[in-house]
Design a protein around this ligand. Structure first.
Ligand code: UD1
Ligand code: UDP
Length: 368
Protein backbone atom coordinates (compact mmCIF):
# COMPACT_ATOMS: atom_id res chain seq x y z
CA UNK A 1 0.00 0.00 0.00
CA UNK A 2 1.27 3.47 -0.82
CA UNK A 3 -0.84 5.36 1.72
CA UNK A 4 -2.65 4.34 4.86
CA UNK A 5 -5.16 6.91 6.07
CA UNK A 6 -5.98 6.91 9.78
CA UNK A 7 -9.24 8.54 10.86
CA UNK A 8 -11.59 8.21 13.80
CA UNK A 9 -13.93 11.16 14.32
CA UNK A 10 -16.54 13.22 12.47
CA UNK A 11 -14.23 16.07 11.40
CA UNK A 12 -11.53 13.65 10.21
CA UNK A 13 -14.00 11.74 8.05
CA UNK A 14 -15.20 15.00 6.47
CA UNK A 15 -11.75 16.53 5.96
CA UNK A 16 -10.11 13.34 4.68
CA UNK A 17 -12.95 12.56 2.25
CA UNK A 18 -11.31 14.79 -0.43
CA UNK A 19 -7.98 12.98 0.07
CA UNK A 20 -9.64 9.58 -0.29
CA UNK A 21 -11.35 10.88 -3.40
CA UNK A 22 -8.05 12.15 -4.82
CA UNK A 23 -6.46 8.71 -4.20
CA UNK A 24 -9.33 7.13 -6.14
CA UNK A 25 -8.99 9.65 -8.99
CA UNK A 26 -5.24 9.18 -9.30
CA UNK A 27 -5.26 5.40 -8.83
CA UNK A 28 -3.05 5.61 -5.76
CA UNK A 29 -3.07 2.43 -3.67
CA UNK A 30 -4.49 3.30 -0.25
CA UNK A 31 -6.18 1.78 2.75
CA UNK A 32 -8.24 3.31 5.55
CA UNK A 33 -8.00 2.54 9.27
CA UNK A 34 -10.96 3.74 11.35
CA UNK A 35 -9.96 3.86 15.01
CA UNK A 36 -13.60 3.79 16.16
CA UNK A 37 -13.12 6.86 18.38
CA UNK A 38 -16.51 7.97 17.04
CA UNK A 39 -18.98 5.12 16.62
CA UNK A 40 -22.48 6.58 17.03
CA UNK A 41 -24.22 6.56 13.68
CA UNK A 42 -24.75 10.36 13.77
CA UNK A 43 -20.97 10.98 14.10
CA UNK A 44 -19.79 8.17 11.87
CA UNK A 45 -21.65 6.05 9.31
CA UNK A 46 -23.90 8.90 8.25
CA UNK A 47 -20.82 10.63 6.79
CA UNK A 48 -19.45 7.53 5.06
CA UNK A 49 -22.85 7.10 3.39
CA UNK A 50 -23.42 10.72 2.42
CA UNK A 51 -19.87 11.38 1.19
CA UNK A 52 -19.92 8.01 -0.62
CA UNK A 53 -16.75 6.81 1.06
CA UNK A 54 -15.68 3.19 0.90
CA UNK A 55 -16.11 1.16 4.08
CA UNK A 56 -12.80 1.38 6.03
CA UNK A 57 -10.49 -1.57 5.47
CA UNK A 58 -9.96 -1.85 9.22
CA UNK A 59 -12.28 -0.76 12.02
CA UNK A 60 -10.43 -0.96 15.31
CA UNK A 61 -13.60 -0.26 17.35
CA UNK A 62 -11.64 1.36 20.20
CA UNK A 63 -14.56 3.53 21.37
CA UNK A 64 -14.56 6.04 24.24
CA UNK A 65 -12.25 6.11 27.26
CA UNK A 66 -9.82 8.25 29.22
CA UNK A 67 -7.24 10.00 27.04
CA UNK A 68 -4.38 7.60 27.67
CA UNK A 69 -6.34 4.36 27.69
CA UNK A 70 -8.09 5.36 24.45
CA UNK A 71 -4.87 6.57 22.78
CA UNK A 72 -2.84 3.61 24.04
CA UNK A 73 -5.36 1.08 22.77
CA UNK A 74 -5.33 2.79 19.39
CA UNK A 75 -1.52 2.82 19.13
CA UNK A 76 -1.25 -0.94 19.62
CA UNK A 77 -4.06 -1.73 17.22
CA UNK A 78 -2.80 0.67 14.51
CA UNK A 79 0.70 -0.81 14.81
CA UNK A 80 -0.63 -4.29 14.05
CA UNK A 81 -2.24 -3.09 10.83
CA UNK A 82 0.82 -1.07 9.78
CA UNK A 83 3.14 -4.05 10.36
CA UNK A 84 0.93 -6.06 8.08
CA UNK A 85 0.48 -3.43 5.35
CA UNK A 86 3.88 -1.63 5.42
CA UNK A 87 2.60 1.56 3.78
CA UNK A 88 5.07 4.17 2.54
CA UNK A 89 3.12 7.01 4.13
CA UNK A 90 0.59 7.18 6.96
CA UNK A 91 -1.74 10.18 6.82
CA UNK A 92 -3.45 11.65 9.87
CA UNK A 93 -5.61 14.79 9.98
CA UNK A 94 -6.19 17.35 12.71
CA UNK A 95 -5.77 17.11 16.46
CA UNK A 96 -7.77 14.27 17.99
CA UNK A 97 -6.53 11.31 20.01
CA UNK A 98 -6.76 9.25 16.79
CA UNK A 99 -4.18 11.62 15.24
CA UNK A 100 -1.83 11.28 18.20
CA UNK A 101 -2.14 7.47 18.08
CA UNK A 102 -1.67 7.27 14.30
CA UNK A 103 1.40 9.46 14.33
CA UNK A 104 3.03 7.67 17.28
CA UNK A 105 2.40 4.20 15.81
CA UNK A 106 3.68 5.17 12.34
CA UNK A 107 6.73 7.07 13.53
CA UNK A 108 7.93 4.03 15.53
CA UNK A 109 7.90 1.97 12.33
CA UNK A 110 9.50 2.44 8.96
CA UNK A 111 6.62 4.61 7.67
CA UNK A 112 6.63 8.27 6.84
CA UNK A 113 4.02 10.34 8.66
CA UNK A 114 2.00 13.00 6.87
CA UNK A 115 0.04 15.46 9.04
CA UNK A 116 -2.87 17.10 7.27
CA UNK A 117 -3.80 20.46 8.87
CA UNK A 118 -0.38 20.90 10.46
CA UNK A 119 0.84 23.98 12.31
CA UNK A 120 -2.38 25.11 14.02
CA UNK A 121 -1.68 26.57 17.45
CA UNK A 122 -3.95 27.95 20.15
CA UNK A 123 -0.89 28.21 22.45
CA UNK A 124 -3.16 26.79 25.18
CA UNK A 125 -1.57 23.61 26.49
CA UNK A 126 -4.57 22.90 28.72
CA UNK A 127 -6.46 21.76 25.61
CA UNK A 128 -5.99 18.08 24.70
CA UNK A 129 -6.14 19.09 21.04
CA UNK A 130 -3.11 21.41 21.39
CA UNK A 131 -1.01 18.61 22.88
CA UNK A 132 -2.08 16.24 20.11
CA UNK A 133 -1.27 18.64 17.28
CA UNK A 134 2.14 19.56 18.68
CA UNK A 135 3.07 15.87 19.04
CA UNK A 136 1.80 15.03 15.57
CA UNK A 137 3.66 17.94 13.96
CA UNK A 138 6.94 16.98 15.58
CA UNK A 139 6.55 13.32 14.60
CA UNK A 140 5.64 14.14 10.99
CA UNK A 141 7.86 13.86 7.92
CA UNK A 142 5.36 15.78 5.77
CA UNK A 143 3.50 18.74 7.26
CA UNK A 144 0.57 20.02 5.24
CA UNK A 145 -0.04 23.50 6.59
CA UNK A 146 -3.40 24.99 5.58
CA UNK A 147 -2.10 28.58 5.59
CA UNK A 148 1.13 30.55 5.56
CA UNK A 149 0.48 31.45 9.22
CA UNK A 150 0.45 27.76 10.17
CA UNK A 151 3.67 27.18 8.21
CA UNK A 152 5.24 30.12 10.04
CA UNK A 153 4.42 28.60 13.45
CA UNK A 154 6.08 25.35 12.34
CA UNK A 155 9.23 27.12 11.16
CA UNK A 156 9.37 28.99 14.47
CA UNK A 157 9.36 25.62 16.27
CA UNK A 158 12.42 24.57 14.27
CA UNK A 159 10.72 22.15 11.88
CA UNK A 160 12.85 21.91 8.73
CA UNK A 161 11.30 23.92 5.89
CA UNK A 162 11.61 21.06 3.40
CA UNK A 163 9.02 19.09 5.39
CA UNK A 164 6.40 21.85 5.18
CA UNK A 165 3.97 22.43 2.30
CA UNK A 166 1.24 25.06 2.33
CA UNK A 167 -1.69 23.21 0.80
CA UNK A 168 -4.82 25.06 1.91
CA UNK A 169 -7.34 23.22 4.08
CA UNK A 170 -9.14 20.18 2.66
CA UNK A 171 -12.35 21.53 4.20
CA UNK A 172 -12.47 23.98 1.27
CA UNK A 173 -12.37 20.98 -1.12
CA UNK A 174 -15.27 19.40 0.79
CA UNK A 175 -17.35 22.58 1.05
CA UNK A 176 -16.79 23.40 -2.64
CA UNK A 177 -17.90 19.91 -3.57
CA UNK A 178 -21.02 19.79 -1.38
CA UNK A 179 -22.42 23.29 -0.87
CA UNK A 180 -24.52 23.38 -4.05
CA UNK A 181 -25.77 19.86 -3.45
CA UNK A 182 -26.76 20.91 0.07
CA UNK A 183 -28.71 23.88 -1.31
CA UNK A 184 -30.46 21.59 -3.77
CA UNK A 185 -31.13 18.53 -1.63
CA UNK A 186 -31.36 19.59 2.00
CA UNK A 187 -34.83 20.07 3.49
CA UNK A 188 -33.46 21.01 6.89
CA UNK A 189 -34.88 24.56 6.93
CA UNK A 190 -38.42 23.37 6.25
CA UNK A 191 -38.22 20.50 8.66
CA UNK A 192 -37.19 22.86 11.47
CA UNK A 193 -39.44 25.70 10.33
CA UNK A 194 -36.51 28.09 9.81
CA UNK A 195 -36.13 30.95 7.32
CA UNK A 196 -32.78 31.98 5.83
CA UNK A 197 -31.11 34.86 7.70
CA UNK A 198 -33.67 34.70 10.49
CA UNK A 199 -31.99 32.17 12.75
CA UNK A 200 -28.65 31.50 14.43
CA UNK A 201 -26.84 28.19 14.53
CA UNK A 202 -25.11 27.01 17.71
CA UNK A 203 -22.67 24.14 18.25
CA UNK A 204 -20.83 23.45 21.51
CA UNK A 205 -19.09 20.19 22.29
CA UNK A 206 -15.57 21.00 23.43
CA UNK A 207 -14.45 19.47 26.73
CA UNK A 208 -13.38 22.81 28.24
CA UNK A 209 -16.96 24.10 27.78
CA UNK A 210 -19.40 21.22 28.16
CA UNK A 211 -17.53 19.33 30.89
CA UNK A 212 -17.75 22.43 33.09
CA UNK A 213 -21.39 23.02 34.12
CA UNK A 214 -20.71 26.71 34.88
CA UNK A 215 -19.19 27.40 31.47
CA UNK A 216 -21.79 25.33 29.63
CA UNK A 217 -24.71 27.10 31.37
CA UNK A 218 -23.09 30.49 30.88
CA UNK A 219 -22.64 30.10 27.13
CA UNK A 220 -26.23 28.89 26.74
CA UNK A 221 -27.48 31.89 28.73
CA UNK A 222 -25.45 34.28 26.55
CA UNK A 223 -26.77 32.86 23.28
CA UNK A 224 -30.33 32.81 24.67
CA UNK A 225 -30.05 36.41 25.78
CA UNK A 226 -28.99 37.46 22.30
CA UNK A 227 -31.88 35.44 20.82
CA UNK A 228 -34.39 37.09 23.17
CA UNK A 229 -33.15 40.59 22.33
CA UNK A 230 -32.74 40.09 18.58
CA UNK A 231 -35.77 37.90 17.93
CA UNK A 232 -33.69 35.28 16.05
CA UNK A 233 -34.39 31.58 16.53
CA UNK A 234 -31.42 29.51 17.69
CA UNK A 235 -30.96 25.89 16.67
CA UNK A 236 -28.39 23.71 18.44
CA UNK A 237 -27.54 20.32 16.87
CA UNK A 238 -26.14 18.50 19.90
CA UNK A 239 -22.96 16.39 19.86
CA UNK A 240 -23.36 13.21 21.97
CA UNK A 241 -20.74 14.43 24.46
CA UNK A 242 -22.78 17.59 25.09
CA UNK A 243 -26.04 15.63 25.29
CA UNK A 244 -24.44 13.39 27.89
CA UNK A 245 -23.34 16.43 29.96
CA UNK A 246 -26.73 18.17 29.69
CA UNK A 247 -28.26 15.04 31.23
CA UNK A 248 -25.51 14.38 33.78
CA UNK A 249 -25.37 17.98 35.08
CA UNK A 250 -29.10 18.51 34.62
CA UNK A 251 -28.32 21.70 32.66
CA UNK A 252 -31.25 24.07 32.33
CA UNK A 253 -31.37 24.77 28.57
CA UNK A 254 -33.12 28.12 28.00
CA UNK A 255 -36.32 28.04 25.90
CA UNK A 256 -34.73 30.25 23.22
CA UNK A 257 -32.27 27.47 22.34
CA UNK A 258 -33.83 24.67 20.32
CA UNK A 259 -31.99 21.38 20.74
CA UNK A 260 -31.89 18.93 17.87
CA UNK A 261 -29.84 15.86 17.01
CA UNK A 262 -26.42 16.18 15.33
CA UNK A 263 -26.99 16.79 11.60
CA UNK A 264 -25.60 15.07 8.55
CA UNK A 265 -23.12 17.04 6.43
CA UNK A 266 -25.51 18.39 3.78
CA UNK A 267 -28.07 19.55 6.33
CA UNK A 268 -25.38 21.07 8.51
CA UNK A 269 -23.81 22.92 5.55
CA UNK A 270 -27.25 24.25 4.65
CA UNK A 271 -27.79 25.50 8.20
CA UNK A 272 -24.36 27.14 8.25
CA UNK A 273 -24.82 28.86 4.89
CA UNK A 274 -28.28 30.25 5.63
CA UNK A 275 -27.83 31.19 9.32
CA UNK A 276 -27.57 34.89 10.14
CA UNK A 277 -24.81 34.07 12.66
CA UNK A 278 -23.00 30.99 13.89
CA UNK A 279 -22.06 30.52 17.56
CA UNK A 280 -19.54 27.73 18.06
CA UNK A 281 -16.62 26.23 19.94
CA UNK A 282 -15.78 23.89 17.04
CA UNK A 283 -12.64 24.31 14.97
CA UNK A 284 -14.15 23.09 11.71
CA UNK A 285 -17.27 25.21 12.12
CA UNK A 286 -15.17 28.39 12.51
CA UNK A 287 -13.53 27.54 9.16
CA UNK A 288 -16.74 26.62 7.36
CA UNK A 289 -18.59 29.75 8.50
CA UNK A 290 -15.65 31.79 7.17
CA UNK A 291 -15.65 29.94 3.84
CA UNK A 292 -19.44 30.23 3.48
CA UNK A 293 -19.60 33.95 4.34
CA UNK A 294 -21.54 33.58 7.61
CA UNK A 295 -20.28 35.64 10.58
CA UNK A 296 -19.00 33.52 13.46
CA UNK A 297 -18.93 34.14 17.22
CA UNK A 298 -16.52 31.75 18.92
CA UNK A 299 -17.39 30.65 22.46
CA UNK A 300 -13.80 30.13 23.55
CA UNK A 301 -10.97 32.15 25.05
CA UNK A 302 -8.64 31.56 22.09
CA UNK A 303 -8.52 30.06 18.61
CA UNK A 304 -6.03 28.09 16.55
CA UNK A 305 -7.73 29.59 13.46
CA UNK A 306 -6.55 33.25 13.74
CA UNK A 307 -7.00 33.69 9.97
CA UNK A 308 -10.78 33.76 10.50
CA UNK A 309 -10.41 36.65 12.95
CA UNK A 310 -7.90 38.49 10.77
CA UNK A 311 -10.26 38.57 7.75
CA UNK A 312 -13.14 39.81 9.93
CA UNK A 313 -15.22 36.61 9.84
CA UNK A 314 -14.86 35.59 13.48
CA UNK A 315 -14.92 37.05 17.00
CA UNK A 316 -13.48 35.28 20.03
CA UNK A 317 -15.80 36.10 22.93
CA UNK A 318 -15.44 33.41 25.62
CA UNK A 319 -18.55 32.30 27.53
CA UNK A 320 -19.66 35.38 29.53
CA UNK A 321 -23.22 36.36 28.46
CA UNK A 322 -22.42 40.09 28.12
CA UNK A 323 -19.44 39.34 25.88
CA UNK A 324 -21.46 36.92 23.75
CA UNK A 325 -24.25 39.48 23.22
CA UNK A 326 -21.76 42.26 22.41
CA UNK A 327 -19.78 40.03 20.01
CA UNK A 328 -22.93 38.89 18.23
CA UNK A 329 -24.17 42.45 17.78
CA UNK A 330 -20.84 43.50 16.34
CA UNK A 331 -20.83 40.48 14.03
CA UNK A 332 -24.30 41.40 12.72
CA UNK A 333 -23.03 44.81 11.65
CA UNK A 334 -19.91 43.56 9.86
CA UNK A 335 -19.78 43.24 6.04
CA UNK A 336 -19.46 39.60 4.96
CA UNK A 337 -17.31 40.08 1.85
CA UNK A 338 -14.07 38.83 3.41
CA UNK A 339 -11.60 36.62 1.50
CA UNK A 340 -11.50 32.91 2.31
CA UNK A 341 -8.00 32.37 3.80
CA UNK A 342 -8.05 28.55 3.56
CA UNK A 343 -7.14 27.99 -0.09
CA UNK A 344 -8.76 27.19 -3.41
CA UNK A 345 -10.28 23.74 -2.83
CA UNK A 346 -7.40 21.75 -4.36
CA UNK A 347 -5.63 20.86 -1.12
CA UNK A 348 -6.06 17.10 -1.50
CA UNK A 349 -4.25 17.14 -4.85
CA UNK A 350 -1.38 19.15 -3.35
CA UNK A 351 -1.09 16.65 -0.49
CA UNK A 352 -0.68 13.71 -2.89
CA UNK A 353 1.74 15.77 -4.94
CA UNK A 354 3.86 16.55 -1.88
CA UNK A 355 4.27 12.86 -1.00
CA UNK A 356 5.33 12.10 -4.56
CA UNK A 357 2.11 10.40 -5.60
CA UNK A 358 1.20 13.16 -8.01
CA UNK A 359 -2.26 14.47 -8.66
CA UNK A 360 -4.22 14.06 -11.86
CA UNK A 361 -3.41 17.65 -12.78
CA UNK A 362 -0.37 19.39 -11.37
CA UNK A 363 -1.29 22.36 -9.20
CA UNK A 364 0.65 25.38 -8.04
CA UNK A 365 1.31 26.02 -4.35
CA UNK A 366 -1.63 27.64 -2.64
CA UNK A 367 0.26 30.85 -2.04
CA UNK A 368 1.46 30.97 -5.65
C1 UD1 B 1 -13.25 14.47 19.92
C2 UD1 B 1 -11.94 15.25 19.88
C3 UD1 B 1 -12.22 16.72 19.66
C4 UD1 B 1 -13.06 16.93 18.42
C5 UD1 B 1 -14.30 16.06 18.46
C6 UD1 B 1 -15.00 16.14 17.14
C7 UD1 B 1 -10.13 14.34 21.28
C8 UD1 B 1 -9.33 14.53 22.53
N1 UD1 B 1 -11.21 15.13 21.15
O1 UD1 B 1 -14.01 14.95 21.01
O2 UD1 B 1 -11.00 17.42 19.48
O3 UD1 B 1 -13.42 18.28 18.33
O4 UD1 B 1 -13.95 14.69 18.71
O5 UD1 B 1 -16.36 15.87 17.23
O6 UD1 B 1 -9.77 13.53 20.46
N2 UD1 B 1 -19.56 9.74 22.36
C9 UD1 B 1 -20.67 9.11 21.87
N3 UD1 B 1 -20.60 8.54 20.63
C10 UD1 B 1 -19.50 8.56 19.89
C11 UD1 B 1 -18.36 9.20 20.39
C12 UD1 B 1 -18.40 9.79 21.62
O7 UD1 B 1 -21.71 9.05 22.51
O8 UD1 B 1 -19.52 8.05 18.76
C13 UD1 B 1 -19.63 10.40 23.68
C14 UD1 B 1 -19.19 9.49 24.82
O9 UD1 B 1 -19.95 9.85 25.95
C15 UD1 B 1 -17.74 9.90 25.00
C16 UD1 B 1 -17.78 11.39 24.72
O10 UD1 B 1 -18.75 11.52 23.67
O11 UD1 B 1 -17.26 9.62 26.29
C17 UD1 B 1 -16.47 11.98 24.27
O12 UD1 B 1 -15.94 11.30 23.13
P1 UD1 B 1 -14.38 11.48 22.73
O13 UD1 B 1 -14.10 10.72 21.50
O14 UD1 B 1 -13.54 11.22 23.92
O15 UD1 B 1 -14.22 13.01 22.45
P2 UD1 B 1 -15.13 14.06 21.68
O16 UD1 B 1 -15.77 14.96 22.69
O17 UD1 B 1 -15.98 13.39 20.69
N1 UDP C 1 -20.88 18.87 11.52
C1 UDP C 1 -21.93 18.12 11.00
N2 UDP C 1 -23.09 18.04 11.73
C2 UDP C 1 -23.26 18.67 12.92
C3 UDP C 1 -22.19 19.44 13.44
C4 UDP C 1 -21.00 19.50 12.72
O1 UDP C 1 -21.83 17.55 9.91
O2 UDP C 1 -24.34 18.56 13.52
C5 UDP C 1 -19.62 18.93 10.76
C6 UDP C 1 -19.21 20.32 10.35
O3 UDP C 1 -19.73 20.62 9.07
C7 UDP C 1 -17.69 20.25 10.35
C8 UDP C 1 -17.38 19.18 11.36
O4 UDP C 1 -18.59 18.49 11.61
O5 UDP C 1 -17.19 19.84 9.08
C9 UDP C 1 -16.85 19.78 12.63
O6 UDP C 1 -16.69 18.77 13.57
P1 UDP C 1 -16.68 19.01 15.13
O7 UDP C 1 -17.30 20.30 15.45
O8 UDP C 1 -17.26 17.79 15.73
O9 UDP C 1 -15.13 18.97 15.48
P2 UDP C 1 -13.93 20.04 15.45
O10 UDP C 1 -13.86 20.64 14.11
O11 UDP C 1 -14.18 21.03 16.55
O12 UDP C 1 -12.75 19.20 15.79
Amino acid sequence: TAITIVLGTRPEIIKLAPVIDACEQSDVGYSVIHTGQHYSDELDTVFFDQLELPTPDHNLAIGSGSHSSQTGAMIGAIEEVLLDESPDVVLVQGDTNSVLAGSVAASKLDCEVGHVEAGLRSFDRSMPEEINRVFADHAADHLFAPTEQAAQYLREEGIPVERITVTGNTIVDAVTCYRDLAAEKSRVLDSHDLSPDEFCLLTAHRAENVDDPERFSSLLRGVAEFAARSGFDVIYPVHPRARDRIDAFDIDVPDEVRLTEAQDFLDFLRLESTARLVFTDSGGVQEEACILGTPCVTLRDNTERPETVAVGANRIVGVEPAEIVAGAREALDTPTDWENPFGDGRSAERILDAVGLGPVVSVEGVTG
